[in-house]
Design a binder for this molecule. Structure first.
Ligand SMILES: [Zn+2]
Length: 173
């Protein structure tokens, strides 16, 4: 898990991320979380992409198996169940703090008026995208994003068990 400042991504890391996404990785400023093999699972992305478009999802879950696991949870209707956790005052307060932490991390890479105050995944009061919430939870570490943490607990994927196509490829040769 890593929050800013990040070490600049290496060419080997960017190559893995591009392979994971099936397209060229854009605007990546750092690797925010990794598989046990060292490959990226979450990248941090500029809030304004090189083509000028605003990009709110600072922590982006790139690992295809992780992303598929979140899609499965969403298809199994986990989101309304996780949203119910926000009925608990303490969970709701922690989720608000997660939102604020997300914005504070992103603002270190510039303020983009179009997405000011907008984080990701439905924060601070809704649950709209488990990919974004799990990405934040993986980057920040357990105990920061309660909904992302719970999504990861329920997921069939874990960063502790490598399911990469090319394990360790990000280390380069
Ligand atoms: Zn791996």
């Amino acid at each position: 898990m890593t929050t800013p400042p990040f070490a600049p991504p290496t060419d080997a890391e960017i190559a893995v991320v591009s392979a994971q996404l099936g397209r060229e990785a854009r605007g990546v400023v750092g690797i925010a979380a990794r598989c046990v093999c060292g490959n990226p699972t979450v990248v941090a992305t500029l809030p304004r992409l090189p083509d000028g478009s605003p990009f709110p999802t600072f922590y982006y879950l790139t690992h295809p198996v992780a992303a598929a696991a979140m899609s499965t949870l969403e298809a199994e209707h986990a989101m309304p169940e996780l949203a119910e956790l926000l009925d608990d005052e303490e969970v709701a307060a922690a989720y608000l703090r997660a939102h604020q932490a997300f914005l504070a991390d992103r603002s270190q890479y510039g303020d983009v008026p179009e997405i000011a105050g907008v984080s990701a995944g439905g924060m601070p009061t809704r649950v709209k995208c488990l990919h974004a919430l799990a990405g934040h939870a993986l980057a920040a570490g357990e105990g920061v994003n309660p909904i992302g943490d719970e999504a990861l607990r329920r997921a069939r994927w874990s960063p502790e068990r490598c399911e990469c196509v090319e394990p360790g490829a990000a280390r380069g040769r």
